[in-house]
Design a protein around this ligand. Structure first.
Ligand code: BGC
Length: 340
């Protein structure tokens, strides 16, 4: 009888272990898929994609990553990816306000969605938002110009031209709004002068963040406002990709490089900073952002705890999306050798 009891306990134990083992096997068997839909193949999004894929594969997720360059293409990619019922979707939106409809299906299929870098507006289909602190990026750009031009101590007058990112991307508005909150008073005192007169978002934005559009605008600005030899002291550029083409046109016009901003930490920007052409960049290390994003993915797929440090900033018109906002790093000639 005693032996029978011991045997049945042992058998029950073996059964439990087998069941537990099975569970383990299912979650590690590669069945967990993450669909990643990113907006474009500029160097920074390519780096984001490579890093996210690598970190997810290290966690045994299989990754279906796609890049789009038009809103319709991205909507199609999202709709198609959802049909294979991934365990989670990570989306870097081309147009922050245009994905609410397509994401209705995600709710129906119960696929959790994480907004990556750019918030998605007007939908309650979002679980989390992983990004850099976009408002802080705008502040940092403004503060850099303020300090470098000694504006607080009456520096100027300086001629400046302004560029912003794509109007369909919520980030572009946040960057520009926060930078201008710092620079606007100096336009009023006359310490900053904009010879083109183009200082509002709609006049200075760059459709689709497409650097070819920024190049055309820079050519026009130079021809119409600087052909008389007027100096161009400073240019606000919303990212490195656009800073590259602006500098190119300024060089072609035979003018010296102005004080110019950038964003992303593109390798080409690091080279320009070393060469004394671009003044600074605000680097967004993809591994830093993706480590937080992967924790969010694991939270929705495995029920673990994500890292969240903001629960109030990103109201997308329907819900306030819990977010982790990473801290970017500024690189200029004083610390560029430490940029990786
Ligand atoms: C990102 C920037 C990027 C830009 C263009 C923005 O939403 O925050 O890092 O340079 O899009 O792709």
């Amino acid at each position: 009888m005693k032996l029978f009891k011991i045997l049945s306990v042992a058998l029950a134990l073996v059964f439990c272990l087998a069941v537990a083992g099975c569970g383990e096997e299912t979650s590690n068997s590669g069945a967990r898929t993450v669909a990643v839909c990113f907006p474009n193949t500029t160097p920074s999004w390519q780096r984001n994609g490579d890093s996210l894929q690598r970190l997810l594969e290290e966690e045994n997720f299989s990754v279906n990553i796609q890049f789009a360059d038009t809103v319709d293409k991205q909507k199609g990619q999202i709709a198609e990816a959802m049909e294979s019922r991934p365990n989670c979707m990570v989306i870097g939106a081309i147009d922050s306000a245009s994905l609410a409809d397509v994401l209705e299906k995600a709710k129906e299929y119960e696929i959790p969605v994480i907004a990556f870098d750019r918030i998605i507006l007007n939908t309650d289909a979002l679980s989390y938002y992983a990004s850099f602190d976009n408002e802080a990026i705008g502040d940092a750009m403004g503060e850099y110009f303020e300090a470098a031009l000694n504006l607080k101590n009456g520096g100027g007058p300086y001629n400046i031209e302004l560029f912003a990112g794509g109007p369909a991307d919520n980030n572009a508005h946040l960057f520009f709004r926060n930078t201008m909150a710092i620079l606007e008073p100096y336009f009023k005192t006359g310490q900053l002068v904009c010879p083109s007169g183009q200082t509002d978002f709609n006049s200075v934005c760059t459709a689709d963040w497409n650097s070819a559009n920024a190049r055309t605008r820079m050519q026009k600005l130079l021809a119409e406002h600087y052909a008389d030899g007027k100096p161009l002291h400073a240019v606000l550029s919303p990212n490195d990709d656009i800073a590259g083409v602006i500098l190119d046109e300024i060089k072609k016009a035979g003018k010296p490089a102005p004080l110019i901003s950038g964003l992303d930490g593109d390798p080409a920007a690091y080279e320009r900073i070393k060469a004394g052409e671009q003044t600074f960049t605000i680097a967004k290390d993809p591994d830093v952002l993706n480590a937080k994003c992967v924790r969010m993915i694991k939270a929705v797929v495995e029920g673990t705890q994500p890292d969240i440090n903001d629960v109030s900033t990103y109201n997308n018109g329907v819900i306030t999306v819990p977010a982790y906002l990473c801290t970017p790093q500024i690189f200029d000639k004083t610390n560029i050798e430490s940029a990786k």
